[in-house]
Ligand binder design. Structure first.
Ligand SMILES: Nc1nc2c(ncn2[C@@H]2O[C@H](COP(=O)(O)OP(=O)(O)O)[C@@H](O)[C@H]2O)c(=O)[nH]1
Ligand SMILES: [Mg+2]
Length: 318
């Protein structure tokens, strides 16, 4: 078995290159940060296979046993439809962690490995009082905002909700109704200038400022610009809400566009309707996003669920 390293600007392009240059049988064994903003993906190929590539390409030998260790975790990651490059990264960390510490509890080992690979954030993190939620239409932005406002209330933290969503008819009405039930102040801002002023004022009055944005089709430039305008106007924590049941590769492509818009936190939604969490694990890894929290119910009263390395390991292995 030999290894070839491919450098690409993002995971989608790396996968396209791997498929076209090395074919379907290539096994991705790791991915890491490369030069500049590129990622460097290592791919294992069968020695007998005739593959042509530049002489400058880096080749090195790898023990086959290293690729087939931890078979059960590998099978579980496959079941969850984790992107191959991400799965390889998780397995490489599991191998490393397994060498350091010889505990035989698979869930503990996986949890420890995930804690090395992923970052996790506190829902009510007050270091980021201004939280902006973005995503595709129906991805659960407004529901998530109402849930955060509810959790803030339970914790005696004052909050307000600002909507910038003037696209979908009735979108504001629904969020305004939530705000009224929760007795949380609600504002609407129609452009970036009024949004910036409103946020500056709100920061003086409220512990948390929660901003809803119009749901956009990330593949349409015009729609992306609509949210970009608000994002650029503010210093804030940018959170992507993403339906956990989406196709993995599609979700990674969507995630990459929102990453370019500044999203650094991931809030998976509809986890109650999903059995496989590969989409969530793949997007967080490929798009360098911290887990914010998870939405596991349409009911506002249920709040958001905390995501941590233990809960992820349990979900992967169960
Ligand atoms: N089952 C389930 N439904 C959800 C969840 N989050 C949101 N929803 C539902 O999905 C629909 C769209 O949510 P909404 O918050 O309006 O999405 P937005 O367009 O991004 O603001 C609504 O019917 C919500 O009740 C969730 O975690 N689980
Ligand atoms: Mg909405």
């Amino acid at each position: 078995m030999k290894i070839k390293q491919i450098s690409a600007p993002n995971m989608s392009e790396a996968l396209i290159r791997i498929k076209s240059e090395l074919g379907d049988d290539a096994i991705i064994i790791s991915s890491e940060k490369g030069e500049g903003s590129n990622i460097l993906v290592s791919v294992a190929i069968d020695e007998d296979e005739e593959v042509f590539f530049d002489e400058e390409d880096q080749l090195q030998n790898i023990r086959t046993s290293e690729v087939i260790e931890n078979q059960h975790i590998r099978d579980c990651l496959n079941y969850h439809d984790v992107l191959e490059a991400v799965s390889a990264k998780i397995l490489a960390t599991v191998r490393q962690e397994g060498h350091h510490q010889k505990d035989r509890d698979e869930q503990e080992l996986l949890a420890r490995s995930l804690s090395k690979l992923y970052a996790f954030s506190d829902i009510l993190d007050m270091r980021h009082p201004v939280k902006l939620f973005m995503g595709t239409p129906g991805s659960g932005k407004s529901t998530a905002i109402a849930k955060v406002a509810t959790q803030a209330k339970f914790n005696k933290i004052s909050s307000c909700i600002i909507s910038t969503d003037n696209v979908r008819a009735g979108a504001n009405k629904q969020l305004e109704a939530f705000a009224e039930i929760l007795a949380v102040d609600f504002y609407f801002c129609k452009d970036k200038k009024t949004l910036r002023q409103r946020v500056d004022d709100a920061r003086k009055t409220y512990g948390l400022v929660l901003i809803d944005t119009p749901g956009i089709n990330p593949f349409m430039e015009q729609e992306v610009k609509r949210v970009e305008e608000y994002v650029q106007a503010l210093e804030c924590q940018k959170i992507l809400t993403l339906d956990a049941g989406r196709n993995t590769m599609e979700a990674v492509e969507i995630g990459e566009i929102f990453m370019d818009l500044g999203a650094r936190y991931l809030l998976p939604t509809r986890l109650d309707l999903t059995r496989r969490i590969g989409t969530v694990l793949s997007v967080a890894a490929c798009c360098d996003m911290s887990f914010y929290a998870a939405s596991v119910s349409s009911s506002i009263a249920n709040g958001l669920a905390e995501i941590n390395s233990q809960s992820l390991a349990k979900l992967i292995l169960s």
